[in-house]
Write a protein that binds this ligand. Structure first.
Ligand code: SF4
Length: 255
């Protein structure tokens, strides 16, 4: 991508993580908005002509931006945060956070659906069954179900390289509390609160906003959607991605 002018993200907004107070310090807010606007701006010179290209070219363009820039950009933010005095205790095998609804941009969901393209992949039926079980279930109730993301296999994310921004940014300074919460969930003893870095989630929500803005610049539906429901919808209807790439609003927004 090119060094380009800042492009505001006002039209797509910036989501506040659940539980984060609204009175965010102005310089911090400006920093997050600036970073997102710069990422969107760096794609803009290619995105706008791309709006006139074929649906396949547009699809390739946004998936490439997601994979080459937005997801690595999220990792860089998380790494920078981890290098600061903040300690992140998340590790492989720890999976309490994989029991939640996951808010994603549409390209993120498509990247994951593409990984399930093999008709023999057992995760396909797991996603379809989970989508049915989770349909209409609110965030808190979803955790209380105690049923993990269908992409979690042996307590490991089976799509780790393409896991969404929301999964990358959900981090904790206290693994012991997550372990306690997991044990309580498994024992059917209810949902215990865990500690997460809301500030890091907010920083990474800027990447989501940039991705949404880039979709919008290319003329594509740019809503935030729920991961399991959207991947299941793509698996059920093979025409959805093509229709989305043509500019149709085919996915159910989260908000
Ligand atoms: S996509 Fe991976 S990291 Fe995200 S909730 Fe599912 S299993 Fe967990």
């Amino acid at each position: 991508m090119t060094e380009a002018a800042f492009r505001p993200i006002d039209d797509v907004g910036l989501r506040l993580p659940k539980g984060m107070p609204e009175d965010i310090a102005e310089p911090f807010l400006e920093y997050v908005v600036g970073k997102a606007g710069t990422l969107r701006g760096s794609a803009a010179p290619m995105a706008e002509p791309m709006a006139k290209e074929s649906p396949l070219a547009r699809l390739r363009f946004v998936l490439d931006i997601a994979k080459q820039h937005v997801l690595p950009g999220t990792d860089a933010i998380v790494q920078e945060f981890a290098n600061a005095p903040a300690k992140i205790e998340c590790r492989a095998g720890c999976s309490f956070c994989c029991h939640q609804n996951v808010d994603v941009t549409i390209p993120e969901a498509i990247l994951i659906a593409l990984r399930l393209a093999d008709p023999e992949d057992p995760r396909r039926s797991a996603v379809l069954s989970a989508a049915e079980a989770f349909a209409g279930v609110e965030d808190d109730a979803r955790i209380a179900l105690g049923r993990p993301c269908p992409l979690l296999i042996d307590k490991r994310c089976s799509v780790y390289e393409d896991r969404p921004i929301a999964c990358r940014s959900l981090t904790s300074p206290d693994a012991e509390r997550c372990d306690d919460a997991m044990r309580s969930l498994e024992a059917g003893e209810g949902v215990l609160p865990i500690e997460v870095y809301l500030v890091l989630q907010f920083l990474c929500n800027g990447e989501q906003s940039a991705m949404r803005g880039i979709c919008r610049d290319v003329g594509l539906q740019d809503d935030i959607v729920e991961l399991t429901q959207t991947v299941a919808a793509i698996l059920r209807d093979e025409t959805l991605v093509e229709r989305w790439a043509k500019g149709e609003r085919v996915f159910t927004p989260r908000d």
